[in-house]
Design a protein around this ligand. Sequence first.
Ligand SMILES: *[C@@H]1O[C@H](CO)[C@@H](O)[C@H](O)[C@H]1NC(C)=O
Ligand SMILES: *[C@@H]1O[C@H](CO)[C@@H](O)[C@H](O)[C@H]1NC(C)=O
Ligand SMILES: [Zn+2]
Length: 285
Amino acid sequence: MGSTYMQFAIIILLTGQLTHGHHWGYSKEEQAKWKEHFKSCGGHRQSPISINEAIGRKVRALKLGNYNDPLPGPLMLHNNGHTVALEIAHPQRSQSVPYVANGLLTKRYQFESLHFHWGEKNDLGAEHILRGKRYPMEMHMVHRNKNYPTMEEAMKHADGLTVLAFFYKLDENDNKQLDQLVKHLPRVYAPHANITLTETFALASLIPSSEKRRSYFMYNGSLTTPPCSEAVTWIVYSNPMPVSEVQLNKFRSMFGHDSHTKLINNFRYVQDIGSREVIARIPRL
Ligand SMILES: *[C@@H]1O[C@H](CO)[C@@H](O)[C@H](O)[C@H]1NC(C)=O
Ligand SMILES: *[C@@H]1O[C@H](CO)[C@@H](O)[C@H](O)[C@H]1NC(C)=O
Ligand SMILES: [Zn+2]
């Protein structure tokens, strides 16, 4: 009986591994292996990067369309084992999906989802390093070029995606706007938990005011998770938003892929900038 049980357990372990495809993780050793299974992860246009030098350019404002309108609900919050993501459950049914356009973008990019990267300590977590500083958390708002019907298709094209990146800096007080999401986190602590939110809100409520979004950095890069598709125009805002330690601890209480380990330090190490340029926007009135 003992051996039958053992065989059963082994089969479950094996099938678990197979159905998750190539398992990937964030430890130094695991990150070094991403490129073995996902070729793009070893490419020359990878993200994140450390932003130091940038070329100042006068660029007209980015348009964040529908950002002040409530997101078309229902919204879904999902622990995918690597991060917590918010998405619109049925985006195709609505005209009011947020989008970004203008600035140096030549296409219109529709909001797809947002997610976070954080660390176990307050000096770790963000993916991009800004002038030598690593913030405790970074939010990514992923947008898909409307010319491509799906994320899968967009990921195959150099102009497929635009990601807006926002940093958080430690503050004594809670970020009340962020609490719109943080208050739901305990319900998605378990890996692969999905919940539908009964309320909705405007994306603009999660980000700095337009005045504080005037300066940003822009460069050509990739997804920061496998398959590391080199399809992303990155727009990295320099003004951080506040987050309290209490709020950070709620992110740190989530469980990852392997339900025995806390989901922390889900950031990729910085990649070589190579011959790429970073553009620093100088507001043009
Ligand atoms: C949760 O949502 C994600 C993203 O939409 C989906 O891929 C996944 O199948 C869902 N999982 C469950 C258990 O409903
Ligand atoms: C990104 O690549 C495109 C196409 O090669 C180029 O036109 C654009 O200037 C690049 N953007 C940045 C910010 O370097
Ligand atoms: Zn991300």
